[in-house]
Design a binder for this molecule. Sequence first.
Ligand code: GLY
Length: 284
Amino acid sequence: HRYVDNQGVPIVVKADGLAAGKGVVVATSLEQAHQAIEYMLTTNALGVKHNQAGACVVIEEFLAGEEASFMVMCHGDQVLPLATSQDHKRLLDHDLGPNTGGMGAYSPAPVVTPEIHSRVMREIIMPTIAGMKKDGIRYTGFLYAGLMIDAQGKPKTLEFNCRLGDPETQPILMRLKSDLLSLLLAATDDQAGALKDFPIQWDTRTALGVVMASQGYPLAPQSGEAITGLPPESADTMVFHAGTVTPQPGQGGKGEVLSAGGRVLCVTALGHTVKEAQKNAYEL
Ligand code: GLY
């Protein structure tokens, strides 16, 4: 608390442990920062799975800029960048709600210009791969760098994940024209260039996904609400299920779709511009 008072706001308070993407508070007032520390350390309202050391918080510098998600596939030294994307973090329209795991995303992220793309590969991704190698880690899989890109175009790393992002995955997969299984197989193939030179193809259009969340998300999401009106499949749209269940007759249900968790659906559509993709997603 004293440290936060000395630093002032804006400041970032993070739960040190798994919090399903909800453990970050970007505090713009001292009151908010102190409150976040209290509920992360004392009441554990987020249900954080604490690391072994027990309840800890990490307090970080507030970085201004635009966030982007930069994902690559790796197999040892071989690296294949995927399409860029950007997720939208805050609940409610006009950024009035708390930070979440992501309320929507689009791909590509125009903030990642070709120059910034090269810079991220050179200054962040390749040194990370080299660093892992030095530590004796030959990593195969998805590597996700969460970036903040400042007004001068300088990228800084906020986090790394060993997975694709949610909900960035949904628009990225909408744009992937290559066969996903062949791509995954290439990422386990030791032949030189199998992954690095994989002829990955993307739809040149923008894909945008809007998350439908349960009432009460992120703190106390409701479950078990019936979902109706799911649209039929189409080539340019897709409703991805995240927090749903369809209990069958033997399980006390009738095969209806029910919500089961915080982020329930990601309604995703392609369009020629971000605006058009957004319009198509909201229409869907
Ligand atoms: N959308 C942020 C993440 O998946 O980490």
